[in-house]
Design a binder for this molecule. Structure first.
Ligand SMILES: *[C@@H]1O[C@H](CO)[C@@H](O)[C@H](O)[C@H]1NC(C)=O
Ligand SMILES: *[C@@H]1O[C@H](CO)[C@@H](O)[C@H](O)[C@H]1NC(C)=O
Ligand SMILES: *[C@@H]1O[C@H](CO)[C@@H](O)[C@H](O)[C@H]1NC(C)=O
Ligand SMILES: *[C@@H]1O[C@H](CO)[C@@H](O)[C@H](O)[C@H]1NC(C)=O
Ligand SMILES: *[C@@H]1O[C@H](CO)[C@@H](O)[C@H](O)[C@H]1NC(C)=O
Ligand SMILES: *[C@@H]1O[C@H](CO)[C@@H](O)[C@H](O)[C@H]1NC(C)=O
Length: 392
């Protein structure tokens, strides 16, 4: 039985992977709206190429493979009402969940059908449903299994006369490689309809949202880019048996310097990778088709950019400074100080070296410079000889 299940799963993964790759070609070639060619399942990449999804409409078969029977697991935990504070329960992950540049080790689970950051200033959300606060009641269970967190909303109901009778059940898996899966097991009514007839029940969008605040040293100074994959109920039907998988796509923007940037690759299309590019004018790393693409063109980064690490030092002073400062910089500074010091205090060198702290050395050099400006007859020579206690 166990073997048969494993075999099924393996076959499926092969099928899914192939479908993913094949559709990957199609969607890579038709970047803009590919709505007309949607069939039962499709692969799609967000317009900023930051996240891709695999939307699988199955007659139950795929969904049963992805659905984890949490109620049958002895290590599963059920959240009780007294665990909720501010409408959420915090769960510590036994692994690091990488969401773009975030290293998430703790998540907040809500009764509204969302997983969020515990920190309200971090606005990312993973939402298989995204009900408005206070509009739902549900039982939530979770389970850690093979480097994944499964969260399941059971008996999920809307507090609404007309829609409250039936219960939803759905699940999210967060995987250690940053993948996110939604599986819908029970969807008792049409959510597009619900959204239209009870707009205070459900928020506009569900899916994954990650508004990233990008700061520039030049105009536009501040921008907020959506890196996730928000969905609406019209174009992405949610019903029993639907599986939606999310994966990070281009992730050049996370690289903070020329060197790291040009060492990073992204998948351009099937079996084809390209290197991220660094633009010295805006000090940013980009795939040139991500959220930065407009600024990229405005600042002429398409003409002046670097995609080989050897070229970084020509363009980016930060790179040299960054890499060498701790060694060359510090060494040079100390050598110069010692040299200056020894020239200044040839005969008193022994005493000075053993009695003067570096602060005194700095003072001495400063006053020497001053003396050179004001008066020829310096008293710097006597300074190092003064006992340390009398120093002010
Ligand atoms: C889940 O597991 C429990 C206990 O093993 C079992 O009773 C139940 O039928 C299972 N549910 C499904 C849908 O397989
Ligand atoms: C993620 O955070 C944990 C704990 O803060 C840390 O130990 C780990 O090294 C971090 N991992 C990455 C990839 O940044
Ligand atoms: C949640 O589970 C408990 C215990 O199994 C049950 O008594 C309760 O009715 C459930 N809540 C909902 C909203 O279904
Ligand atoms: C769901 O409701 C919307 C709007 O009311 C409607 O256009 C759509 O056809 C319905 N879908 C199904 C599967 O009934
Ligand atoms: C990918 O490209 C490599 C080298 O160009 C080639 O050897 C390999 O067969 C290709 N793989 C696929 C799946 O096309
Ligand atoms: C680097 O940039 C040049 C010029 O824009 C381009 O022709 C080349 O393909 C890029 N190399 C990689 C590995 O992306």
């Amino acid at each position: 039985m166990g073997k048969a299940r494993f075999y099924d799963r393996f076959i499926f993964i092969l099928i899914a992977a192939t479908a993913f790759l094949v559709s990957g070609i199609a969607s890579a070639e038709t970047d803009e709206g590919n709505e007309e060619q949607r069939g039962a399942s499709w692969h799609e990449i967000s317009k900023d190429h930051s996240m891709q999804i695999l939307y699988i409409k199955s007659e139950g078969f795929v969904a049963t493979l992805f659905w984890k029977n949490i109620t049958g697991e002895e290590h599963a935990a059920m959240l009780t009402d007294d665990q909720f504070a501010n409408g959420m329960v915090l769960i510590d992950l036994p692994f690091e969940f990488l969401l773009f540049d975030l290293n998430v080790t703790r998540v907040a689970v809500t009764k509204e059908g969302t997983i969020r950051s515990e920190d309200p200033s971090n606005k990312w959300a993973i939402a298989p449903l995204n009900a408005n606060v206070g509009m739902t009641c549900t039982n939530i269970s979770y389970l850690f299994h093979e480097n994944s967190l499964f969260v399941q909303w059971n008996n999920f109901r809307f507090n609404h006369d007309k829609f409250g009778k039936h219960e939803f059940s759905f699940q999210v898996r967060l995987g250690v490689r940053g993948e996110i899966d939604f599986v819908y097991n029970a969807v008792p009514y049409n959510l597009t309809h619900l959204r239209e007839n009870c707009d205070f029940c459900l928020a506009d969008k569900f899916g994954v949202t990650y508004p990233r605040h990008e700061v520039f040293e030049v105009a536009p100074y501040n921008e907020i880019y959506e890196l996730g994959f928000p969905m609406d109920f019209k174009n992405y039907e949610v019903k029993k048996g639907i599986v939606i998988r999310f994966f990070t796509a281009d992730w050049c923007m996370g690289q903070k310097n020329c060197y790291d940037c040009t060492k990073t690759e992204f998948e351009l299309s099937l079996n084809k990778t390209a290197r991220c590019s660094w633009c010295p004018a805006i000090q940013k790393c980009s795939s040139t088709r991500d959220s930065l693409r407009n600024v990229w063109m405005e600042k002429k980064c398409d003409i002046h950019h670097v995609n080989e690490s050897e070229s970084c030092k020509n363009f980016n002073q930060d790179f040299l400074w960054f890499d060498c400062y701790p060694f060359v910089g510090a060494h040079l500074a100390i050598s110069i100080l010692v040299f200056v010091f020894c020239v200044l205090f040839k005969d008193k060198i022994i005493k000075v070296c053993y009695t003067t702290p570096s602060k005194r050395l700095r003072e001495c050099i400063q006053s020497k410079i001053q003396n050179n400006n004001d008066q020829e007859d310096g008293h710097c020579n006597t300074n190092p000889m003064r006992p340390i206690e009398t120093d002010v």
